[in-house]
Design a protein around this ligand. Sequence first.
Ligand SMILES: *[C@@H]1O[C@H](CO)[C@@H](O)[C@H](O)[C@H]1NC(C)=O
Ligand SMILES: *[C@@H]1O[C@H](CO)[C@@H](O)[C@H](O)[C@H]1NC(C)=O
Ligand SMILES: *[C@@H]1O[C@H](CO)[C@@H](O)[C@H](O)[C@H]1NC(C)=O
Ligand SMILES: *[C@@H]1O[C@H](CO)[C@@H](O)[C@H](O)[C@H]1NC(C)=O
Length: 364
Amino acid sequence: MFGAIQLGLFAACVVLFVPMGMAGWHLSRNKMLFFSGALFITLAVGVHLTPYFPSVSDFVTSVSSIVVLDDRDSCFSSLHEIDWEVSASSNYDPLNNNSVNYDKSWYWRRSSSVDSCEFQKLNRHDVADLLNGSWVMVAGDSQARFFALSLLSLVLDSEQMESARQSLFRRHSNYHIVVNEIGMKLDFIWAPYTSNLTDLVMGLSETRNYPDVLVMGSGLWDMLHITNASDYGVSLQLLRRSITSLLPISPEFSTEGSATSSVSVRSTHLFWLDLPTLINSMLNTEEKREKMTDVMRVSYERELKKSQILQQFGGPFQQLDIGSLSWDCGIRCTDDGMHYDGAVYDAAVHILLNALLIVSHQKL
Ligand SMILES: *[C@@H]1O[C@H](CO)[C@@H](O)[C@H](O)[C@H]1NC(C)=O
Ligand SMILES: *[C@@H]1O[C@H](CO)[C@@H](O)[C@H](O)[C@H]1NC(C)=O
Ligand SMILES: *[C@@H]1O[C@H](CO)[C@@H](O)[C@H](O)[C@H]1NC(C)=O
Ligand SMILES: *[C@@H]1O[C@H](CO)[C@@H](O)[C@H](O)[C@H]1NC(C)=O
């Protein structure tokens, strides 16, 4: 409010003094009235349009919440400061040397910046509170599927979980569940290519029905079947364009005064699952080992940055950095060099939930 008053005073001064200044430049009284009127209208229109232009309204809001923002930004950037503990489990089987033989746990690194953000692993009750009545959509390839599974494991009991796992891992299909206890709806959409994600966004905008949380990711299928990084970059830019023009995104602030339209405009929080660390020698087919090389992965990552789809590069998506999480968890957290143990996706889910807490100013 403080900012709004300042802005109002500033606008009033402009309306009053600019034409007076111009009068000093030998303008007639009529011209001066004209300028004054034009300025007034411009400013009035500007003020009323402000909510519809995120960058402007961000600026306006940031004037009034600059302190909160500072805090939040540093918390967003600390979300991935996670350490891993990986150790041989008690029933270690040396003949079957794979990731099940290792216990993994993760925790936020102890540091002053992380401590002040009070990140926490949310329990079932907290998650029920936070996601009560929400619609969560997860779209992408097998990684997105693992992510959806980790999220569900926080809200379902073990019996429900088993049936969810079975339906989710039916190959290449969508999955839908309503968790009645908390009124949460979750959709998993099989969308392995970026173009599938773009199609999905267009579909959402046609029905004008938008999820509260939308998690997306692509790249693995592209790398294996198209193997052209610059193509991937182009597809990401298309996705970015359709997202910013079609979805009511406002990850940081809710748009006040949006009640003018008859459609209820709720903003969607967007998250991007980026590529996992690929361990070439462990990949399970010759074709994968040949095409999904480190060099290729690096060029895909470069295209992701260049496409400016992520928030740190001015884009709409908050990053869920599977790349760094899987790298830190390491070789003992994967059996096929591409898909990682539940713990990695579990960490990503908690990063998302804590990001939602930061955005909604909530403390549990
Ligand atoms: C098991 O695999 C890990 C990494 O894949 C390796 O470092 C370790 O030496 C292996 N252990 C045995 C007993 O083969
Ligand atoms: C969810 O919200 C509704 C009303 O908004 C409330 O009645 C219900 O108790 C909540 N459920 C949980 C699990 O928090
Ligand atoms: C995803 O896109 C590809 C290529 O455009 C298309 O062949 C495929 O049918 C799409 N898949 C889904 C599930 O929409
Ligand atoms: C990638 O695709 C672009 C066109 O989309 C093409 O110009 C370029 O030659 C391709 N690169 C490779 C390595 O095939």
